[in-house]
Design a protein around this ligand. Structure first.
Ligand SMILES: Nc1ncnc2c1ncn2[C@@H]1O[C@H](COP(=O)(O)OP(=O)(O)O)[C@@H](O)[C@H]1O
Ligand SMILES: N[C@@H](CCC(=O)OP(=O)(O)O)C(=O)O
Length: 356
C-alpha cells in the first residue's frame, strides 16, 4: 500500500481575502479520491484554519494576538473541515480531524497513540486531516509551521513521500519574481547551499517561510523519505507529480538510505532533547565518517543539562555545529565520570543516533 503525506499551505487553500478557495479545495479532494482509487493511503496536513477564521470574524484590535489567533483558528477549523468533509462525501470518502501539538511528539506514549490513531484511520480508508491545535498551541509550544508538523507525521508514519504544496513552484535560485531566477528541480544532500537563494519573504498567511520548508525537507529526505515542493495552486498537481514527475515544475529532495523507525523518530525529536553534549573534533569526525560509529564518553568535552538513561540528547561539535540527536544508554551522573576517559561503553549507540 503506497502511503503519502500531503501538506497544503494556507495560501493554496485561501483566496487573497483569506476566504476558503472552494474550487481549489474541490480539486484537492478530487486528486485524493483519484489516489484512493489507485490504492494510495493519504495523510493530509492542512493549514488554512486561521486564514478562514480571519475572513469570517473581525475582532477588536484591542484583543491580544494569541487570543485572536485562538478564536480565528478554532472558528476557521470548523469551516475548513466542513468544506473538506462535504466535498469528500461526493466521492464516498470519510475524513477525520486530528489536531495535535508539538508536545504530542515529546512523550513516547502520545506519539504512539497518535501513530495508532492515524494507522487505524488509514486502514479503514478514512482520510486523516491533521492540523496544529492552535487553540492550545501558543508561543513556545508551537510548531514553526505545518511544514514541521508534516515532516514529523511523514517520519512517524514512514510514508513513501512527503508533498509540500505551497503557492510557489519550488525553490528558485533567487527571488522567484526575478526573470533570471531558475527553479531548482533537485536538491541532493546538503541544503546549506540553498540558504543563499532563500529570502525571508513569505506568502500572505505563511508562517514558516521557505527556509523552514527547506530545512524540514532536508531533514526528512536525510531520514530516507523523498520530499517534493510544488505549487498547490495548479490543478491536479499531485496526480501529475505522481504520474509524470518529469513534466511538472517542482523541487525534489532526494532521499538518503531509509533510516530505521527509531532513527526516523529521533529525526523528528529536534527540540525535545533534555541536554546538549559538546564533543571534540575527533569524535565529530568519527561520527560523521562513513563508519557506523557510536558516541563514547572519551569524545565528550562538556554536558549541558541533565538527562536520565533513555533520554534524547543533542550532539554539538566544538564549533557549535549540530551533529545530530541520540538516545542515551546511561544517565548524566555516570557519563560525567567518564568525560574524556576511555573504558566506558557507548553513551549513544549508533542504532540510537540520527546524524544531520
Ligand atoms: N528562493 C526561493 N524560492 C521559492 N520561494 C521562496 C524563495 N525565497 C523565499 N520564498 C518565499 O517562500 C514562500 C513559501 O513559503 P511559505 O510562505 O511558508 O509558504 P506556505 O504557506 O505554503 O508554507 C513563497 O511564497 C516565496 O515568497
Ligand atoms: N494551524 C495553522 C497553520 C499555519 C501554517 O503552518 O501555515 P502555512 O505556513 O501556510 O502552512 C492554520 O491552520 O492556520
Amino acid at each position: 500500500m503506497k502511503r503519502i503525506c500531503i501538506k497544503i499551505g494556507s495560501n493554496v487553500l485561501t483566496k487573497e481575502n483569506g476566504e476558503l478557495n472552494t474550487s481549489r479545495i474541490k480539486n484537492i479532494v478530487f486528486q485524493i479520491s483519484e489516489l484512493h482509487k489507485k490504492g494510495f493511503q493519504c495523510i493530509l496536513v492542512s493549514s488554512g484554519a486561521v486564514a478562514a477564521g480571519k475572513s469570517k470574524l473581525s475582532l477588536s484590535e484591542k484583543l491580544d494576538t494569541v487570543s485572536a489567533r485562538q478564536i480565528w483558528s478554532s472558528v476557521g477549523q470548523v469551516e475548513l473541515l466542513n468544506m473538506y468533509s462535504s466535498f469528500l462525501k461526493e466521492f464516498k470518502i470519510e475524513c477525520a480531524q486530528v489536531l495535535v501539538t508539538k508536545q504530542d511528539f515529546r512523550t513516547r506514549e502520545h506519539y504512539l497513540n497518535m501513530k495508532n490513531c492515524l494507522n487505524s484511520l488509514l486502514t479503514n480508508s478514512i482520510l486523516p486531516i491533521v492540523n496544529e491545535n492552535d487553540a492550545v498551541s501558543v508561543t513556545a509550544l508551537m510548531f514553526t509551521d505545518n511544514d514541521e508538523l508534516s515532516g514529523l507525521i511523514a517520519s512517524m508514519m514512514d510514508v513513501e513521500a512527503l508533498y509540500l504544496l505551497s503557492n510557489i513552484n519550488g525553490i528558485y535560485t533567487g527571488n522567484p519574481e526575478d526573470d533570471d531566477s531558475e527553479l531548482l528541480s533537485t536538491v541532493n544532500g546538503d541544503i546549506n547551499r540553498l540558504k543563499q537563494f532563500i529570502t525571508t519573504k513569505k506568502s500572505n498567511f505563511g508562517r514558516g517561510g521557505m527556509l523552514t520548508k527547506c530545512s524540514i525537507a532536508g531533514r526528512v529526505a536525510k531520514s530516507g523519505i523523498p520530499v517534493h515542493i510544488a505549487n498547490g495552486g495548479v490543478d491536479n498537481i499531485l496526480l501529475n507529480l505522481i504520474n509524470s514527475p518529469n513534466e511538472v515544475m517542482h523541487t525534489s529532495f532526494t532521499a538518503s538510505k531509509k533510516a530505521s523507525t527509531v532513527k526516523q523518530w529521533l529525526a523528528g525529536s529536534d527540540g525535545f532533547e533534555k541536554a546538549r553534549l559538546i564533543i571534540n573534533k575527533g569524535a565529530e569526525d568519527a561520527l560523521l565518517s562513513a563508519e557506523a560509529t557510536s558516541l563514547l564518553p572519551i569524545g565528550l568535552i562538556e554536558i549541558l543539562g541533565e538527562f536520565e538513561k533513555g533520554d534524547i540528547i543533542k550532539i554539538v561539535g566544538q564549533s557549535g555545529k549540530v551533529i545530530g540527536l541520540g538516545k542515551t544508554q546511561y544517565n548524566k551522573e555516570k557519563a560525567s565520570k567518564y568525560i574524556g576517559k576511555s573504558g566506558a561503553k557507548p553513551l549513544v549507540h549508533y542504532d540510537y543516533l540520527f546524524l544531520y
